[in-house]
Design a binder for this molecule. Structure first.
Ligand SMILES: [Cu+2]
Length: 476
């Protein structure tokens, strides 16, 4: 019998994930070292191997010999030091995604964060906030090198514990969705069309029919470091409530996830509690996004929790959920048709909109077979010297105009975005750091300029960012 079969968590915070009572360890960390908040952390960047399955071992760069890297658990408001050593030949940046911290420690070269030099070290000191499921990852450019940047294994969960807000969950799991061994292709392999049911207000009257350039794709997937079926199943009992923290750590593609016969009760998006928790059949996470959702286990059997697309799931993006005393081949059944919609977790729209407006228009310049497409923001390449100058203390309505044939996960560093309108629907109260704007779609987000310093905005698909899909916001 394993510990997870008989241990019960006394209480787990809905968003802050703080363990209370005498049980201070997670089921997933037998030693408990990852589940005690600390103030001093060490990350060692070096080549590693990842065993996705027996006889399927790949080599990449990672933190502390593993990928995902160690789970960093901090307390909100308590200063920390992250000591990073770099055993590679190139400068590195560790970005702390979703945190409200100064530019010089945020981990983006564009914002002026100093690099961790090759074969050198650097310490990041900051006060972690806000509470919730955050993450950390490399923020280097990759350009044409698919063995650099976020194509590597350099990522991990970062949990910030907040005020005690115990939930009532029997198990807690941290699951990072990944793809590996990426390659260039001219084939259009997108599966965002699952969501292409909404309005497309930014679709041009005349489409650009020039041949598109290469995109990055992958056929090899994992959840954490294991392909579907290769790792330990998640063992559950009927009636248990299991809390999942999902992260899409892909550099490439938006992902969907379903668990046959069960619903995901979404309680937080990007680590921030949602105003209206709600059950859904299918989750969607763009690169960089997190979802905290719990599942009531009430459908005994052995199930595959995985990507609805057969090629993706069979390529490894899944994990087995096994009820006690059930022994059979893991089952998959397609989920009911569903569209991901941030607004079902939102409140009615607020009556007052910020009067200060910013607009960003995104376009793709097709470059043709064998070349890389270029992206522009407001018709210009990076860095946008004067376009986005913020007045401190001002609240802005930022509207994204996606004039491309792809759904992009748009990330603003060091600030939080409140979705005001998306899919043509107004809403409020959904707080995010990364928002997937649908193909030819439009979205408005509100944010307060209260974090002086350089602020990077970009698409979280590595290749899009590298080839122009980014902008620098400044304070006046
Ligand atoms: Cu993109």
């Amino acid at each position: 019998m394993e510990r997870r079969d008989f241990l019960k968590i006394a209480g787990v915070a809905a968003a802050g994930s703080r363990l209370v009572g005498q049980q201070t360890q997670s089921f997933l960390a037998p030693t408990g070292t990852q589940d005690v908040a600390k103030t001093e952390f060490t990350l060692k960047i070096a080549p590693i191997t990842v065993e996705l399955a027996p006889n399927r071992i790949l080599s990449t760069i990672g933190y502390n010999g593993v990928s995902p890297g160690p789970r960093l658990r901090m307390k909100e408001g308590v200063p920390v030091t992250v000591n990073v050593t770099n055993d590679t030949d190139v400068p590195e940046f560790v970005h702390f995604h979703g945190l409200l911290i100064p530019s010089d420690v945020d981990g983006a070269e564009e914002e002026g964060t100093p690099p961790v030099p090759p074969h050198g070290s650097r310490s990041y000191r900051f006060t972690p906030t806000p509470a919730g499921t955050r993450w950390y990852h490399t923020h280097t450019m990759s350009m044409e090198d698919l063995h650099r940047g976020s194509y590597t294994g350099m990522f991990g969960f970062l949990i910030i514990e907040g005020a005690n807000n115990p939930g009532n969950f029997d198990q807690e799991h941290y699951l990072a969705l990944r793809d590996w061994e990426p390659y260039f292709t001219n084939m259009f392999m997108d599966n965002d069309d699952l969501d292409a049911t909404g309005p497309q207000p930014e679709k041009p009257a005349v489409l650009d029919t020039r041949p598109a350039g290469m995109e990055v794709a992958s056929d090899i997937f994992s959840i954490n470091d294991k392909a579907l079926g290769a790792g330990e199943p998640i063992r559950v009992k009927p009636g248990e409530r299991v809390l999942f923290h999902f992260l899409n750590a892909s550099a490439i593609e938006n992902r969907h996830l379903a668990l046959p016969g069960h619903k995901f009760n979404v309680i937080a998006l990007d680590g921030n509690p949602v105003p209206v928790p709600a059950p859904v059949d299918v989750l969607m996470l763009g690169p960089g996004e997190r979802i905290d959702a719990w599942v009531e286990m009430k459908q005994p059997g052995v199930w595959i929790m995985g990507a609805p697309e057969d090629m993706v799931r069979e390529g490894g993006l899944g994990i087995v959920v096994e009820y006690a005393n059930q022994r059979r081949t893991p089952q998959w059944t397609p989920p009911p048709k569903s569209s991901w919609d941030y607004t079902i977790f939102g409140k009615p729209p607020s009556q007052t909109a910020p009067t200060e407006k910013l607009d960003m228009v995104f376009e793709k310049v097709p470059r043709g077979a064998g070349k890389f497409n270029q992206f522009t923001v407001n018709g210009k390449p990076y860095p946008h010297e004067q376009e986005f100058v913020l007045k401190q203390g001002t609240r802005y309505r930022l509207t994204f105009h996606n004039r491309t044939d792809d759904a992009h996960p748009l990330h603003l560093h060091r600030h939080q975005l409140e979705i005001a309108e998306i899919y043509g629907k107004p809403t409020s109260g959904v707080i995010k750091d990364t928002v997937v704007v649908p193909t030819f779609g439009r979205a408005s987000v509100d944010f307060t300029a209260d974090q002086p310093g350089m602020t990077l905005f970009h698409c979280h698909i590595q290749m899009h960012m590298d080839y122009g899909f980014k902008a620098l916001l400044r304070y006046s």
